[in-house]
Design a protein around this ligand. Structure first.
Ligand SMILES: Nc1ncnc2c1ncn2[C@@H]1O[C@H](COP(=O)(O)OP(=O)(O)OP(=O)(O)O)[C@@H](O)[C@H]1O
Ligand SMILES: Nc1ncnc2c1ncn2[C@@H]1O[C@H](COP(=O)(O)OP(=O)(O)OP(=O)(O)O)[C@@H](O)[C@H]1O
Ligand SMILES: [Mg+2]
Ligand SMILES: [Mg+2]
Lengths: 255, 255
């Protein structure tokens, strides 16, 4: 299954959720591909310290040079593979922003890759901007996970996504399966529970029961180039992400 | 003085900082203009519940129709004025992404506005994407405030900005004054102090001494359409933002 991790609101845990869902699947023996579609390449930087120096070795090359995605795979021990991002991805909107064919580029590239490489799970990390790159992710995905941080401005972002997806349905030619996941949930704050209630009221069963707790280990792990399970396997964050993966895969969402 | 609040990293407190710096200045009697340059219009939504329904009444109209900014001003009690954003701003990159003249559009608009309207402070809220809109803010600004959330992925974002600004210097024809402000600082976390030390090591005196504490009141205020001072004037967040404004205005940064 291909899952896009998208929310145009910034800092809600997209990269963190991409990383830890990928790791959860890998720990259960799945072959996982992570695709970094963010010009800021945060997921790529967690894989290794200096981000890919050559844009030719990143997903940008798929867009600019039609380089096959099989040539862009990097091994990610404990996770599977990653196709890294690069700062030059910022040019994709202005270089290719006009034609409709561009929206299918990632999808086409993944189809070609899947003829020779099996991945039970492909997770795509998106940047906080609804441009050509994120639209590529939505067009390539079987389902969408929308992390929503437990605060009001993030809730507002979630409401915007629902409208965006409705507007895209004629073009996507399907109703993209989606799950909203509350992240950075602080049980000491009334606000966290209010946001959860408002999210449920808006999106009903599309809201995961699992919430990801605010847990400093989750924020520390990236600085050690680790996912939450290998960094702090007994932490609240690790338990929550394991529970989230379990909930996603045992629901109608998973294909 | 015109200050752009920019960081391409998402969710670091740009909108929150724009709002509360504007309010801090207004409380000291300054005439303040807030410009919302984010297609997601979060600052605009704090001003009032439903964002501007007509893009014609937003800053997008300045780009698309050359509408004078004086016609776009909305009163914001307790703050001054706001020029609102609109979802259609997302089109600016693809509509105007090519020519160099577009980068000066906001600057030119503000110059025209300033012939008839006095604002001691203009604060510009940016979206988490270094496209035409954010570049407009950088070109229009006398100085830049970079909120940096107290975690590793946000620190990485701050390091990218420094490189971006260096690359822009030939085009900007000046070294844009900048201040980095640590936000969402949690004193119980070792990580917060580590990030502060690393930020200081990288940017020295460009790093504010004031840090904005993680304080739930700061996150609740937007849901009541309030800045931190009017929502919770005795809170830690209010004290920190007052202190931040004081530090910025009594330093070489302020023009
Ligand atoms: N459950 C959590 N507990 C503590 N910190 C968290 C948690 N989830 C995310 N964070 C931290 O919050 C910050 C924002 O998360 P992240 O970068 O994953 O969000 P994002 O949506 O990918 O941001 P962007 O929009 O910039 O791409 C990161 O520093 C991350 O480590
Ligand atoms: N000091 C703080 N204490 C508690 N919550 C905070 C603080 N600063 C910001 N927040 C909350 O964190 C979230 C992110 O802040 P904000 O939306 O201002 O960041 P941003 O950089 O403008 O995000 P984006 O990149 O999406 O534009 C908001 O819900 C905000 O209310
Ligand atoms: Mg991210
Ligand atoms: Mg914002």
């Amino acid at each position: 299954m291909r899952i896009a991790i998208f929310n145009q609101k910034g800092g809600v845990g997209k990269t963190t959720t991409t990383l830890n869902i990928a790791a959860a699947a890998a720990r259960l023996g799945q072959q996982v591909l992570a695709v970094d579609l963010d010009p800021q390449a945060h997921l790529t930087s967690i894989h290794r310290e200096d981000t890919i120096s050559e844009s030719r070795d990143s997903i940008f090359s798929h867009y600019r040079d039609n380089r096959p995605m099989s040539e862009l795979l990097l091994e990610w021990p404990g996770i599977g593979s990653i196709i890294p991002a690069h700062a030059e991805l910022i040019k994709v909107d202005s270089l290719f922003g006009k034609g409709p064919a561009i929206l299918n580029k990632l999808n086409a590239g993944l189809h070609a890759l899947e003829r020779t490489h099996v991945h039970q799970l492909t997770v795509i990390d998106c940047c906080p901007f609804l441009g050509v790159l994120s639209l590529n992710a939505l067009f390539a995905a079987d389902g969408l996970v929308v992390p929503v941080a437990s605060d009001f401005l993030s809730l507002r972002g979630a409401q915007q996504i629902d409208r965006t997806l409705k507007a895209l349905e004629p073009v996507l030619k399907q109703r993209l399966a989606r799950r909203y996941v509350l992240t950075r949930f602080d049980r000491r704050r009334k606000m966290s529970f209010e946001i959860h209630a408002m999210l449920r009221e808006a999106f009903g069963d599309d809201v995961c029961s699992t919430v990801i707790s605010e847990n400093v280990a989750v924020a520390e792990a990236p600085s050690h180039h680790r996912d939450i399970f290998s960094y702090a396997g007994q932490s609240r964050g690790a338990q929550d992400y394991a529970e989230l993966f379990d909930e996603l895969t045992s629901s109608a969402f998973y294909q």
